[in-house]
Design a protein. Structure first.
Length: 575
């Protein structure tokens, strides 16, 4: 992370194949820091010394390193038993995704709080009432991750390397998920926060249930209070839950994007989910393609995980279908069509689903109607690769589902971070909550293909909270935010990074290094020229203009959609 005081030239920084498209003018970051024409800067209302980090995946671990290097007292809370976040593979599958979707505020989990007025720590013990209850309680608590057995990174490993912590020599460019998990756990060990380290800086098996403002006797906020719950098996299958309250000056939300599954609002799906719960799954439950050997499988969605799962299942299934919806908003490459071209010829590409007819005696006898009038029957399994919604159950105050995708809150209301779950709101640089920049978000954009972006965001939080770098005034931050809303609108596009990663990394580098140079503190490099070249070659090989796989026409592109745009397919994996 350290570099000498020099100008960093970013000749070519790529994170997604979207750079291959024509690019629109970039505006926001150019004025995102205090400028000579704007003498007013944002001033923190209290000093930041103690920081809570929610999550021990890539974002949480890199945030811990950046903050502790600047002298902060940082503490990680992780609901799992080990670090690595999304990259902790287990054979255990998550529970079925709710149909219809749960309220986005509790789509990941529903927080459990102790009785009012109890003394902390507060402890409860749970006994196995039917032999399996405690195991199910632990499973619901830590939530098995969404990666699958044969999954590999869909980007080359030089782009997915933490600065100062290189991959071993001869690491596969498309790295198997178990190796990524081990890499992140090794990084945790290097920073002495692995589960087997003797440290008080991290709490494993501990979930943050609630984040609330900490007020002084005059009612003025002076920080944040976390209510946490630790769940552990103590003996003979007995679970012990321990609740605590802790005070912090700032919060890093690093809990990941892949916790709240999205199931599209398709007519009849709820009835099918009740009738055939073991044949309908969200992609987060997918583990092994051999489970579908000899079956007819319908995969819904073709972006990111959808096209990968279709390719794997097609090697084992009797027949594989992939239901694709045409992209209904402007986007740079790769488009839906680009991903569909990567699906092999033995997969049948079919149109968007219009409705599920009344269930028959079995799922094979039941009928699925597509928007072009085609009827599918004989399906044994359906896998919904329809992405994830944003949601933070521990921040209930900052959710407002009543606004939907496009609704505007009242000016005097608490400005929401999450509305319908398709995007994050009220953030400066997709990182700082504008109305209170002592809460920050790391690695929540979509269309990310480099681990390094988490480091830039974490470094920005550290620099601002230490007073070494300044944010513009709150009024200026809101002005920049509303200009972006005017440019791209609400919905998926607001949180999409895509080609913007080039300018964003350049902005972070110049802003933070300029501030660091004034104080003689550490600086951050841009991406190396070698990594930029590697990404360029890889992206052109994967999504270039000369297609080597299949030419496709998206079925029923001219038909009216069966659901609203942001319901059918939310942002999906892009590791």
């Amino acid at each position: 992370m350290r570099s000498s005081c020099r100008s960093v030239s970013l000749l070519l920084i790529l994170a997604t194949p979207t750079v291959l498209a024509s690019q629109s003018p970039f505006q926001a970051p150019c004025n995102s820091g205090p400028s000579a024409s704007s003498a007013k800067e944002f001033e923190l209302e209290w000093p930041v010394k103690r920081v809570a980090i929610i999550g021990a995946g890539l974002a949480g671990l890199t945030s811990y390193r950046e903050l502790t290097e600047d002298g902060f007292d940082a503490h990680i809370f992780e609901r799992d038993s080990i670090p690595s976040g999304e990259w902790h593979y287990t054979d255990e599958r998550p529970f079925n995704a709710p149909i219809p979707n749960a309220d986005v505020a509790v789509g990941d989990f529903e927080p459990t709080l102790p009785p009012a007025g109890v003394q902390f720590p507060y402890v409860e013990e749970y006994h196995n009432m039917n032999g399996t209850w405690c195991a199910l309680q632990r499973k619901a608590f830590f939530a098995p991750r969404s990666i699958w057995k044969a999954m590999k990174t869909n980007g080359v490993h030089p782009a997915q390397e933490i600065r100062g912590f290189p991959w071993p020599k001869n690491t596969e460019w498309f790295t198997p998920s178990p190796k990524v998990g081990r890499y992140l756990r090794a990084f945790a060990s290097w920073n002495q926060v692995n589960s087997n380290d003797d440290t008080t800086a991290v709490s494993y098996n501990t979930r943050v249930e609630l984040v609330e403002k900490r007020l002084n006797s005059s009612g003025k906020q002076i920080g944040w209070t976390l209510t946490t719950k630790k769940l552990e098996e103590i003996r003979g299958g007995i679970n012990r839950a321990t609740w605590n309250k802790e005070h912090f000056d700032a919060i890093v939300v690093a809990s990941g994007r892949f916790n709240t599954p999205n199931m599209p609002a398709i007519d009849g799906l709820e009835q099918w989910g009740k009738r055939f719960p073991n044949q309908i799954a969200h992609s987060r439950q997918y583990r092994d393609a051999s489970d579908y050997a000899g079956k007819n499988v319908l995969v819904v969605g073709a972006v990111a995980s959808g096209h990968l799962i279709s390719r794997e299942i097609a090697q084992h299934a009797a027949k594989t279908y992939t239901s694709v919806r045409p992209q209904r908003y402007h986007a740079e490459r790769p488009t839906v069509s680009d991903y569909v071209r990567l699906i092999p010829q033995n997969v049948s590409i079919v149109a968007e689903i219009k409705r599920f007819h009344t269930p028959g005696s079995s799922i094979q006898d039941s009928r699925i109607e597509l928007v072009d009038g085609t009827i599918l029957t004989g399906i044994h399994h359906i896998v919904f690769a329809t992405g994830y919604r944003y949601g933070f159950p521990f921040l209930p105050e900052y959710h407002d589902p009543s606004l939907g995708k496009d609704g505007e809150p009242a000016p005097d209301a608490i400005q929401p971070i999450v509305t319908d779950g398709s995007h994050l709101r009220s953030l400066h640089l997709d990182t700082f909550y504008i109305d209170n920049p002592t809460i920050g978000f790391v690695y929540f954009n979509t269309a990310l293909l480099t681990f390094s972006y988490a480091e830039y965001q974490a470094f920005a939080l550290s620099m601002v909270w230490s007073g070494k770098a300044k944010l513009p005034s709150r009024e200026e931050m809101w002005k920049l935010y509303h200009q972006r809303i005017k440019d791209v609108g609400y919905g998926k596009q607001l949180s999409l990074l895509g080609w913007r990663i080039k300018e964003m990394i350049q902005f972070f580098t110049e802003w933070l290094n300029t501030a660091a140079a004034k104080r003689g503190s550490r600086q951050i490099d841009g991406l190396s020229f070698d990594v930029s070249q590697i990404l360029d070659l890889w992206l052109r090989a994967s999504f270039g203009d000369t297609w080597l796989v299949r030419n496709v026409t998206i079925p029923a592109a001219g038909f009216a959609p069966a659901t609203s745009d942001d319901s059918y397919e939310f942002p999906d994996i892009d590791f």
